[in-house]
Design a protein around this ligand. Structure first.
Ligand code: BG6
Length: 513
């Protein structure tokens, strides 16, 4: 419709930013008996169904190696949903949802299995009238990604029929270094074009992570200050009280840098530091994000020694309960050198961020769980109230990603009374109280986006490769004979002293969570 002169289109009013139910499709989950399927994927699909966000024709096929009937599979999933779903399970809804689920036993290397999957898909597509759209979800160990992708292509399951689509969601870890990520990208691209490839980073699905762009670009007051002239430094913390949770097989070869920094923390950094995109299309946003990763100053071996601190937890206690050292965890080598904590000082070499240090830290078995970004503004000029001792605190804008999602701004206020005493106070916005409803789980949003063909909250090929390029230099400095030491920190503490010194050196300190 032509817009008349003077008429302003309002994207919210005109429904551009509201969502419609995606087209019908079949979701094929490889790794259907695994933890991710039970804890996240099926509960997410159930919650979406309960909220009326899914097409009624949707079908789910679970594939795994263990033999089981459709009914056994459905019963297991019902228990999982009861345990992990954010909404209580209603029998009536579960029964109609469960009818859409079926199970196929298959080895991922077995070509026959893909033949059978093809037949099954066709049958389901006719019965449920899904239109032939297919979403393949690789919820398996990374060594299974290549064979599954290659078999899907060999069996032509990656080729949608006329007018339909076929997409693939690849779970993390996406490679273990730049070379393996490139190789995996090559293998994926032989089966699916980039626009049909959805690389999961579940942090991008978190409500508050998405809100970063809204905070920055839907408000006029922050952006003029969002640069080196007004910002002193930025901190990003992802702290967990959890330890290994039985994942030694994966974590021993990964460590905190690969497990959390390469993906989740760099993604948060991109959102908080990128330039405004020209529009809200997936590639416009991702174009800006990748510029940040590209501008991240690559660390030399010397810089790794001074600007990166790695550590591993030893025996300690969390909330009064004793916890064992990392090396005493099941299936961890007694002399393991895997880091469970890392703190870094980064620099983005662009005009906006020149000379603004970015400090990141992530760790397991810390005293508290919480993920947040804090933007520390420069102090008020040393005149008037700040004249005598430069004692006023900085303004700090805190974006709490989890838990208690929200945003707070610390500022100075006069303490009531006859003197001019000044103290820091906090303006606080809590999602829970302001909107009064629980945020959807990250996987709900991401599954729905993938079904709708929206890749905004998924990592693009170049982003992933650039992130590995940055990480690889740290990993390789750590492999050198004169590598910087691996510190220890007692479980239940905020990491080694060296992590505090990293900031103290610059006259700064970590924000207390
Ligand atoms: C995963 C990491 O990607 O993210 C885990 O592999 C980590 O080690 C988890 O515990 C944290 O995610 P969340 O959503 O629980 O903060």
């Amino acid at each position: 419709m032509e817009q008349s002169a003077g008429e302003v289109r309002n994207p919210l009013r005109d429904g551009i930013l509201t969502r419609s139910v995606p087209e019908a499709c079949t979701v094929v989950i490889f790794g259907a008996t695994g933890d991710l399927t039970h804890r996240k994927l099926i509960p997410a699909l159930y919650n979406l169904a309960a909220d009326g966000e899914l097409p009624p024709e949707l079908a789910v096929i679970g594939i795994a190696r263990r033999p089981k009937t459709d009914d056994e599979f459905r019963n297991e999933l019902q228990e999982a949903v009861q345990k992990f779903s954010r909404q209580t399970v209603r029998d009536e809804l579960w029964n109609s949802f469960a009818k859409a689920i079926s199970y196929q036993k298959s080895e991922f290397h077995d070509a026959d299995g893909y033949q059978r999957l093809g037949e099954r898909l066709q049958q389901i597509e006719e019965e449920r009238e899904t239109g032939g759209n297919r979403l393949f979800y690789l919820a398996v160990a990374p060594d299974q990604f290549p064979p599954i992708l290659q078999h899907l292509a060999a069996a032509n399951l990656n080729k949608p029929r006329e007018g339909a689509w076929a997409r693939v969601i690849v779970e993390k870890p996406f490679g273990t270094d730049l070379a393996s990520a490139r190789e995996l990208n090559r293998i994926v691209s032989e089966a699916f074009p980039e626009e049909s490839t959805y690389r999961i980073d579940h942090f991008l699905g978190k409500e508050t992570a998405q809100n970063i762009l809204v905070l920055r670009f839907a408000n006029a007051i922050f952006e003029p200050l969002w640069n080196t002239r007004y910002i002193d430094h930025v901190q990003i913390t992802a702290a967990e009280t959890l330890g290994l949770e039985g994942r030694a097989g994966y974590y021993e070869g990964a460590g905190a840098l690969r497990d959390m920094v390469q993906n989740h923390l760099l993604q948060l950094l991109c959102l908080v530091s990128m330039e405004p995109p020209t529009d809200l299309r997936a590639d416009s946003i991702r174009d800006e994000k990748v510029k940040i990763v590209r501008s991240l100053r690559r660390l030399t071996a010397e810089a790794v020694a001074t600007d990166v601190v790695r550590a591993q937890y030893s025996d300690g206690a969390i909330a009064g309960k004793p916890v064992v050292a990392y090396r005493a965890e099941e299936n961890v080598k007694r002399d393991s050198k895997t880091e469970t904590f890392v703190a870094l000082r980064l620099q983005i070499d662009d005009w906006r961020w020149a000379d603004v240090p970015i400090y990141m830290r992530v760790g397991k078995r810390l005293p508290k769980s919480g993920t947040e970004i804090s933007v520390h503004f420069q102090k008020a000029p040393s005149v008037l109230f700040n004249k005598e001792s430069d004692a006023l605190d900085q303004n700090v804008l805190v974006i709490r990603i989890q838990p208690d999602e929200g945003i707070s701004l610390r500022m100075q206020a006069k303490v009531p009374g006859t003197s001019f005493r000044i103290e820091s106070v906090k303006m606080d916005f809590h999602y829970g109280t302001s909107f009064g409803k629980a945020s959807p789980e990250a996987y709900e949003r991401l599954l729905l986006d993938a079904m709708s063909g929206d890749a905004t909250l998924f990592a693009r090929r170049d982003e992933v490769e650039q992130a590995w390029d940055f990480i690889d230099r740290i990993e390789s400095a750590w492999r050198e004979p004169e590598a910087p030491q691996l510190y220890e920190y007692p479980a239940g503490t905020w990491g080694p002293e060296a992590a505090d010194e990293l900031l103290a050196r610059d006259g700064r300190a970590w924000r207390r969570l």
